[in-house]
Design a protein around this ligand. Structure first.
Ligand SMILES: [Zn+2]
Length: 164
């Protein structure tokens, strides 16, 4: 990685992320929406029991790993980020821009992203010569007009929080 440029604009930079709470308020189902972006093999495994190792602490406060049986896909964002987003079919270059943005956020575990970051990653996603106009202004307008993907401005961007 190259050196990180000093950021002056910290708190002022608007970040966007998918707001799961937006979905039930708009008669939509967040887990089902994410699951429909999963690859066929993950969709086939949905709901089957799998063993998962989860960290917890023992009586002495040490971190130990416990095995726990969970339903596959219980955390659909994690499944997409860890598996489906790495499959070639996920990165379909012909998808509408908002679908690409939604998939990008999932692939990044729904980490809040700036318009600049999203624009950059959309441009990396589509083919050169795609023909669509992809600028931060266009992306920002799409995000602000979104009433389908639950992508909302994040009030307090986690990635920008200052450690004091
Ligand atoms: Zn998958």
């Amino acid at each position: 990685m190259a050196q990180q440029p000093e950021r002056e604009e910290t708190a002022a930079v608007q970040h966007y992320a998918i707001a799961p709470e937006w979905f039930p308020a708009h008669q939509r189902d967040f887990p089902a929406t994410v699951q429909s972006r999963m690859c066929p093999s993950c969709q086939a495994r949905l709901g089957t029991e799998v063993e998962e190792r989860v960290p917890s602490s023992d009586a002495a406060g040490r971190v130990v790993f416990e095995s726990r049986r969970v339903r596959y896909g219980a955390d659909p964002v994690a499944v997409v980020a860890e598996h489906c987003a790495t499959q070639p079919a996920y990165r379909n270059v012909r998808l509408p821009l908002m679908e690409i943005i939604f998939r990008l956020l999932l692939a990044n575990r729904n980490r809040p992203m700036t318009v600049e970051e999203i624009t950059q990653q959309v441009m990396e996603w589509v083919r050169p010569g795609d023909g669509r106009i992809i600028t931060p202004l266009v992306i920002e307008r799409l995000l602000q007009a979104d009433d389908f993907y639950g992508i909302r401005p994040v009030e307090e961007p986690r990635s920008m929080r200052l450690v004091s």
